[in-house]
Design a protein around this ligand. Sequence first.
Ligand code: 3MF
Ligand code: MG
Length: 433
Amino acid sequence: MTDFFKGIPQVKFEGADSDNEFAFKHYNPDEVIMGKRMEDHLRFSIAYWHSFAYEGGDPFGGRTFERPWFDGGIENAKLKADVAFEMYDILQAPFFAFHDLDVRPEGKDFAESTRNLEEIVDYFALKMESSKTKLLWGTANLFTHRRFMAGAATNPDPDVFAYSAATIKSCMDATIKLGGQNYVLWGGREGYETLLNTDLTKEADHAARMLEMVVNYKHKMGWDGQILIEPKPQEPSKHQYDYDVATVYGFLKRYGLENEVKLNLEQGHAILAGHSFEHELAVARSLGMLGSIDMNRNDYQSGWDTDQFPNNVPEVALAYYEVLSAGGFTKGGTNFDSRIRRQSLDAEDLILSHVGGMDICARGLKAAAAMLEDGKLEAARDARYADWDSAASKAMLESDLESIQARVLADGVNPEPRSGRQERLENLVNSYM
Ligand code: 3MF
Ligand code: MG
């Protein structure tokens, strides 16, 4: 045991009347909702990078947090792992997620970095023997080191493509070894700063080729996890190729990969793309591409990717409405790609941010389930399209412009506009919150 979380108890469900800060008021893992335990619906995951590697920096100032594991080599990486698994235990977290760079010290070359990763993966494996926390997903950090500044798979330098491919293999190996259920690809540098030096066609072909290699390796290893792409429109690059759900789907179709890859959708990224989170989830649901979510919001004033914990029940409810309507998570889950603010210095802040986020998600899930079980929203939607159920409407879709025009003339078709009833539906949705 380290003393980092000294004095902090395991967080348990105590119900809405509890005034214990270190208790869940709404997240009751065993409560059954729509036939499934809440824990199995939400599948919460803790992000290693934000909780244990983030130092409190922003573009105008560096480290504000003091953590005993910052700096130093493999021993400090193990101390960090000890603290991480203590936090998973305090929160009884079902899952965690990590990048290679979050967990291991950077070596002097690829071989040493990989040895460091393997040593930590073995250390994780040992800890996971006596922990309930499993790996939701692994991923490679192909954006922080300066070698990736012009991209990873899309870099003009083939040696960077090679370094990236080798790193992805190590990270897939780590994910598979730890029983991970998904492997995520987020292309923070897969984009451009200026079109003046960028060959879009070549870069798309190379990104697709890398993705094919990832898919091939998954099958070669007989691994049944999900490969997930995480869309984001920009930041750090001026423009990122995986802009949003629709763009990624177009890319996957273009290269014939749409049946091999699903999506990890993040609320903050949806907002940066000029969408709502529910828009991105709904598009993914309609395409059958919804894999997993990163549940972290942006600040609505600053316009930056601020990665804050969720704190708005109606927003979260509309997100889980889409998740539940898609049939819920299978291998995916709710990853808190969220970090505490740089003034939140204390160990307690790290725990209570997650407690709050988990409770907000639980409330959102319950509201979404009530909306679905009640069925009024779906009934209103169905009613709006009901005229399409008639034989005549169906026949029209099978016909052509000439015959439709002939019928419009013969019957004197003259549509009467109807209310979209938006405010009534908004009132209905608010009644579940
Ligand atoms: C950036 C992100 C990333 C991804 C992660 C997964 C650093 O905005 O959201 O977090 O979630 O890299 O690959
Ligand atoms: Mg993310």
